[in-house]
Design a protein around this ligand. Structure first.
Ligand SMILES: Nc1nc2c(ncn2[C@@H]2O[C@H](COP(=O)(O)OP(=O)(O)OP(=O)(O)O)[C@@H](O)[C@H]2O)c(=O)[nH]1
Ligand SMILES: [Mg+2]
Length: 448
């Protein structure tokens, strides 16, 4: 993603790096280069102009921090200006106070509407919604089947009955009400170009459905075209936001950097691959970090969170709340933790102040070996022992160690860790859900 722009920017920064103090001439030269970098990345020229004038003003002015080299200073300013440019207050999705909320997806042919519809449904479901997908693309043969098979693969409700797009959508909405889906996502047909027929179809759908969101799906790789398409759609039917797809294949970044500034439409989500989980909310800071080549730890964490089996997490949460967390569940959970990397990674996501995370727990490594060992130990226990570890006396410990090919110390350690984990969970499990969410505990897989 953004590789060519990032490389160019880094080259420009490298040239500045050796300098102890930047003169106005150095800054001018750097800004000229940055301008070329951005234009080559297909960033809208008006956006580049504004951005560079802001950077220059601040770089030449008195804003110099002692702790930074002049080159770092420029990176810092550019980073802040880019972030400010991408920042949007209206980034979240609007929902209807009278469910089901309607989300209408629009866009040109092949932009990624159908794929994005399924990704979005999956994303929203993991945020607690009960979405239904409505296939209202009756133009392209196979379009309905494409969405229906994505839906059934992911076990998402699906509807597509009717002769016209609006009939399908309206019937779908009725069905959603009946089956208590709180949200519908309507996939519509695409065209090669913006034409009157498409606009009419979409306008009718908007009128009849009263969507809370009309989201334009655009291919980020088309750069400036994406900006023009967004402007046109916005003028003709009015859109509430943009979903940029195929950012994973976009080396230049022009669309990501320009759409908001050039059209005023917020970018709400980014498609970053072909798989169902490859959709993320558009976070300006992260985008900028990626563009400037600063890595993106946050996104990685979030990805890991989303790979966690949602249903299992829900089940786990219920068990935790009712204090029925057993060693069997602990064993299952180990696999989830492993997906995160380590238990340390998971615990690090707890808000500080939740406190009292015992160091023994922190040190619990969850490499493959450890998981295998822990599983072996738990497998060697009787169902009764798994339910109630307090009955595991020293002779039972010996038997379990023998049975699992481990040492008694290993069994002891596991039991101790389990006990602590349970205590910690109890503390959180007792908290009401809202409070836990507020404290950020929802980040813990159990609380998703
Ligand atoms: N790499 C990548 N591919 C994507 C992304 N989003 C969609 N695609 C691919 O783009 C192609 C077109 O996607 P569709 O969802 O069928 O596009 P559409 O807008 O519904 O197309 P029409 O219904 O023909 O208008 C598919 O091969 C998708 O897998 C993305 O974020 N990254
Ligand atoms: Mg489609």
């Amino acid at each position: 993603m953004f590789t060519s722009l990032t490389e160019k920017l880094q080259d420009t920064f490298k040239k500045l790096r050796g300098k102890g103090k930047l003169t106005e001439k150095d800054i001018d030269a750097a800004i000229r280069e940055l301008r070329v970098n951005l234009l080559e990345a297909d960033v809208n020229f008006k956006v580049v102009k504004k951005l560079m004038s802001n950077v220059k003003e601040r770089a030449v002015g008195h804003e110099v921090m002692k702790s930074l080299t002049p080159a770092q200073q420029i990176v810092k300013i550019l980073r802040e200006e880019l972030t400010a440019m991408l920042e949007q207050e209206d980034a979240g999705l609007n929902t209807s106070s009278e469910p089901p909320t309607v989300i209408l997806l629009a866009g040109l042919q092949g932009s990624g509407k159908t794929t994005t519809a399924a990704k979005l449904a999956n994303h929203l479901r993991s945020n607690g919604h009960r979405p239904m997908l409505i296939g209202a693309d009756l133009t392209r043969p196979g379009a309905v089947d494409q969405l229906s098979s994505l839906a059934s693969k992911e076990d998402i409700s699906f509807f597509s009955e009717g002769k016209t797009p609006e009939e399908v959508a309206q019937k779908g909405l009725k069905q959603a009400k009946k089956s208590s889906n709180d949200l519908v996502i309507v996939d519509t047909s695409g065209r090669l170009h913006i034409d009157d027929e498409l606009m009419e179809e979409l306008s009718t759908l908007r009128e009849k459905m009263g969507p809370s969101e009309t989201l334009l799906v655009v291919d980020a790789m088309t750069g400036q075209d994406a900006v023009n398409i967004a402007s046109d759609f916005n003028e003709r039917i009015g859109i509430s936001g943009v979903i940029l797809t195929k950012l994973d294949g976009d080396a230049r970044g022009g669309a990501a950097l320009s759409v908001k500034a050039a059209t005023g439409c917020p970018v709400k989500f980014a498609g970053v691959g072909e798989k169902i989980e490859d959709l993320e909310p558009f976070y300006p800071e992260r985008m900028v970090k990626r563009i400037l080549g600063m890595g993106d730890v946050l996104s990685l964490i979030e990805k890991a969170e989303n790979t966690i089996d949602q249903e299992k997490a829900k089940e786990m949460e219920d068990k935790l709340r009712s204090q029925q967390f057993t060693l069997e569940d602990f064993k299952d959970q180990l696999h989830e933790i492993k997906k995160m990397g380590s238990i340390q990674d998971m615990l690090d996501m707890l808000p500080s102040g939740m406190g009292g995370v015992p160091s023994e727990l922190k040190n619990l490594s969850v490499g493959d070996d450890q998981v295998v060992k822990t599983e072996a130990i738990i497998n060697s226990m009787t169902p009764e022992e798994r339910r109630d570890p307090s009955i595991i006396n020293s002779s039972r410990r010996k038997r379990i160690a023998r049975g699992s090919g481990t040492r008694v110390q290993d069994v002891n350690q596991l039991l101790k860790q389990f006990d602590m984990m349970k205590k910690m969970m109890k503390k959180m499990g007792g908290m009401d859900k809202k409070k836990a969410k507020k404290k950020g505990i929802k980040k813990l897989p159990f609380f998703q």
